[in-house]
Design a protein around this ligand. Structure first.
Ligand SMILES: *Cc1c(COP(=O)(O)O)cnc(C)c1O
Length: 399
């Protein structure tokens, strides 16, 4: 494994059909009858969301009239209110960008400039690894298991983290693991370790909206903890995986005061502003979710998760219980020989596109050959038909 460069993607490997990353799989999946690959939101609009769509012309003209700053503030205010993050709201230093990957690139630029290596959680969505590696940031894995026991987090990190920065995804994509499993203590221990040892803490919170309706976890005021600790931090938030808005999205980057100026200067080298129309529209979706307590987001995911569990119960795909019910489900392949790569390839012939686990294990792809990921943010009717098809296909491997 080449920790500092990109994955090998020679023309030959492309010519024989091997796909280099998950995004290339997701592009194939967009052409497949049942696309269960990307974690983007493909479900239909709820009744109140349809009313927002009906008002789009009005939102467009409104955005033409007002000041950019008005729409930025309206959006950030709604977002952090929904997420119950008063400290982030009060600090007024959040930088907006078109996509989480852009915010991650800014993080990567900062790390590269400071010549920092980073310990990145594994497994995780490969896009994070690829963006950082392609920017020349040296990467080392830190296994998710390091965070399993709150009393051992500090010592585990002390033993494992040799780099200047620690990069976490919480809740994690694909596993749904979250430090919130341990209440406040999980994050407190991570922050304490980073503060004591002078490590920059980077957290990708792109899946955080799913913690808001999970009865077993409580998203507390993260930014209060981060700010009061004095740790150097960079936190990425996102709207992209939450609302069905055809990939109109906005990501947010908030960083500690000690590095804010340096990061702001990198941020402005990349972009001026996010579309005021998109901000105006997203603010409406967020307000709608505050109003309905996120039920439009929750109901689709809960229903599809149940459908998948029922349909696949007793099959070779063994459901992996997450900490947070995120918008993807993670399954272990219970079969002595069948790999994720083989099974995924076979299922495409049935019109089903799932993601094979190997890409999520970016430092050791072989470890991911026992896992498949299924995206849940889909129209329930389509999803149900897909699960029926999948269960029938898996019968071929019944033992
Ligand atoms: C999808 C995703 C991203 C990247 O979001 P884009 O909108 O594709 O840039 C980053 N982090 C996590 C955890 C994600 O799921």
């Amino acid at each position: 494994m080449n920790h500092s460069g990109t994955r090998t993607s020679s023309p030959e490997s492309l010519a024989d059909g091997a796909l280099v990353d998950l995004t290339q799989h997701e592009i194939q999946a967009l052409r497949t009858e049942f696309n269960l690959a990307d974690a983007h939101t493909h479900q239909r609009q709820s009744a109140s969301q349809r009313q927002i769509v009906e008002r789009l012309p009005q939102l467009w003209y409104e955005a033409e009239e007002g000041l950019q700053e008005t729409y930025e503030q309206r959006f950030v205010d709604a977002f952090f209110r929904l997420h119950r993050q008063p400290t982030a709201l009060a600090r007024k230093k959040t930088m907006l960008s078109y996509a989480a990957s852009i915010s991650t690139m800014v993080v990567g630029m900062y790390l590269k400039r400071r010549r920092m290596a980073v310990s990145l959680i594994e497994p995780c969505f490969d896009n994070l690894y690829d963006v950082l590696a392609n920017m020349g940031v040296p990467l080392h894995p830190v296994d998710e298991s390091a965070f399993a026991d709150p009393d051992r987090i500090y010592s585990e990190l002390k033993r494992r983290v040799r780099t200047d920065a620690l990069f976490l995804v919480d809740p994690n994509n694909p596993t749904g693991f979250s430090l919130l499993k341990h209440g406040r203590k999980g994050f407190e221990e991570v922050v304490r370790f980073c503060k004591d040892h002078g490590k920059l803490l980077v957290i990708d919170f792109c899946f955080a909206s799913f913690t808001l309706f999970d009865p077993d976890v409580a998203r507390f005021d993260m930014y209060e903890l981060l700010e009061n600790s004095g740790v150097s931090y960079m936190a990425i938030e996102d709207t992209g995986k939450t609302w069905p808005v055809q990939d109109a999205k906005c990501a947010m980057l908030t960083v500690s005061d000690d590095i804010h100026e340096a990061v702001y200067n990198l941020h402005t080298s990349v972009l001026l502003n996010v579309s005021p129309f998109v901000l105006n529209m997203l603010a409406e979706y967020i307000e709608d979710s505050i109003e309905d307590d996120l039920s439009s987001v929750r109901d689709v995911l809960t229903r599809n998760r149940e459908t998948a569990r029922k349909a696949l119960d007793g099959s070779i795909l063994e459901y992996q219980e997450p900490v947070v019910n995120v918008s993807v489900a993670w399954f272990r392949i219970d079969h002595p020989e069948l790999t994720a790569t083989e099974l995924q390839r076979e299922l495409t012939a049935d019109g089903l596109y799932l993601l094979p686990g190997r890409y999520f294990y970016w430092s050791e792809p072989g470890k991911g050959e026992s896992y498949l990921r299924i995206a849940l943010a889909r129209d329930p009717q389509m999803f149900s038909a897909a699960m029926t098809r999948l269960a029938a296909a898996l019968d071929r491997h019944a033992r």
